[in-house]
Design a protein around this ligand. Structure first.
Ligand code: NIG
Ligand code: FE
Length: 414
């Protein structure tokens, strides 16, 4: 007998109101249902006795009573910038006094002030602060997370940030997808040499990719960041290495970044407040997810709304995320962000939840999660008894309900 062969672990979760989100619309709630899992996956959903019969009474099967909880798929936060040093609370005050986000960026504050703080921090300190943030998100129901680099902006500092992101996925039970965002801002040492910096960003990519530090490539396509032709060069490089792309596009103006990103079949285009009708059609045609970020919209006191109705009628999948970062969205509350998506962007509560589950999975290219269904990962949240129906997750804004969080059928937050 080889003792290294792991025993199969069956668990039956009983007494649950499962918000399955299967199908294209509707909550698909199964009341008083049970869910059978084998190792990290769901194998069946239905009546408790039927599920036990399915595996046979003699097979060892753990039973976990979920106490009548509303159970949703684990939340997927598919756009975050978790790894950074310092904070930008003073900049927040300056903006309240009238300074704009763009003005601050042009003065070398904004993203560049976080770059200075990130470079000055040790890798260990970056890991400590980023893993604290990841834990916070996990305790609020997040089971999969995307983490971008973009506050290092040198070969060595981008590598450190990506290593920290990878380590979070190794140390915490949540799944982590990493994204290379070196094209986030122009570092001082490249002042006046924007094209040279883009070349450097392209040159650093193969080694980081070979070290398995990168799952996707992103850029900030904006007047205060990089132009469409510059981003195209980076995307060509990513494509030559077979790396999927995504883009911070049309956040503060309409540069047409979405048209470029869809040419490369981007997984997602993110922000999109200034997206044109042409951009919507291009996204629909390429199957690109529209990643809306209501935290940044709120915190930058934006007034231009993303074209939600148009995205919806064109059939573009809409995802939402915290966009956690120190400058434009320092929140760690996924439920608050879902609430903002409803209040500001007029998503229905069901669309908001789909935005942080099913469609967020699509934005990461993941097909094994985001709903509760046989064959998918057993990543889910059993919300506290104060949540009697799923739309309360968005309705009770700011209350941050803490549920029991399961990842791969293991309880990681109780
Ligand atoms: O997604 N838009 C660009 N990047 C971040 C903000 C970065 C910052 O201000 O530090 C965002 O909003
Ligand atoms: Fe962002």
């Amino acid at each position: 007998m080889n003792s290294a062969i792991a025993m199969k672990r069956y668990v039956i979760f009983t007494n649950a109101n499962l918000v399955c989100l299967t199908g294209d619309s509707g909550w698909a709630i199964q009341n008083g249902a049970a869910m059978l899992t084998l190792d990290e996956k769901i194998i069946a959903i239905g009546d408790e006795t039927e599920l036990i019969n399915l595996i046979g009474k003699d097979v060892a099967c753990e039973k976990i009573d979920l106490g009548g909880a509303i159970v949703t798929p684990g939340l997927i936060d598919a756009h975050t910038h978790l790894v950074y040093g310092g904070n930008r609370a003073d900049e927040f005050e300056l903006r309240l006094q009238g300074a704009s986000y763009e003005e601050l960026a042009k003065r070398g504050a904004g993203i560049m002030s976080t770059v200075r703080a990130t470079r000055a921090a040790s890798e260990e300190a970056l890991f400590e602060s980023a893993s604290f943030r990841a834990r916070e998100l996990m305790s609020s129901g997040v089971t999969t997370i995307e983490i971008k680099s973009g506050y290092g902006l040198s070969a060595i500092d981008e590598q450190r940030c990506l290593r920290v992101a990878r380590r979070i996925g190794q140390v915490l039970p949540m799944s982590v997808k990493t994204t290379y965002l070196a094209a986030h801002a122009l570092p001082l040492e490249f002042a006046g040499r924007q094209d040279d910096y883009v070349n450097a960003v392209c040159d650093w990519l193969p080694a980081l990719h070979a070290d398995k530090l990168i799952d996707a490539v992103d850029a900030f396509c904006e007047n205060i960041a990089f132009t469409v032709p510059q981003v195209r060069r980076l995307f060509d490089k990513a494509k030559s290495l077979g790396i999927p792309i995504k883009l911070h596009a049309e956040q503060l103006s309409d540069l047409g970044g979405t048209l470029l990103a869809t040419e490369f079949n981007a997984l997602s285009c993110d922000h999109l407040e200034h997206l044109s009708a042409e951009g919507v059609q291009a996204m629909a045609a390429s199957g690109t997810v529209a990643m809306l970020l209501p935290g940044a919209f709120y915190f930058l006191r934006e007034t231009k709304l993303p074209p939600v109705k148009e995205l919806r009628s064109a059939g573009v999948p809409i995802a939402i995320a915290t966009d956690h970062n120190p400058g434009s969205s320092p929140t760690l509350s996924p439920t608050l962000v879902m609430s903002m998506a409803c209040t500001f962007f007029r998503l229905t509560p069901e669309e908001a939840l789909r935005g942080m589950t099913v469609n967020a999975a699509k934005a990461l290219g993941l097909i094994d999660r985001g709903q509760l269904a046989p064959g998918l990962r057993a990543d889910f949240v059993a919300w506290p008894s104060t949540i009697e129906q799923p739309n309360q997750l968005m309705y009770s804004f700011g209350q941050a309900p803490k549920g029991r969080v399961f990842i791969g059928a293991k309880e990681v937050v109780s």
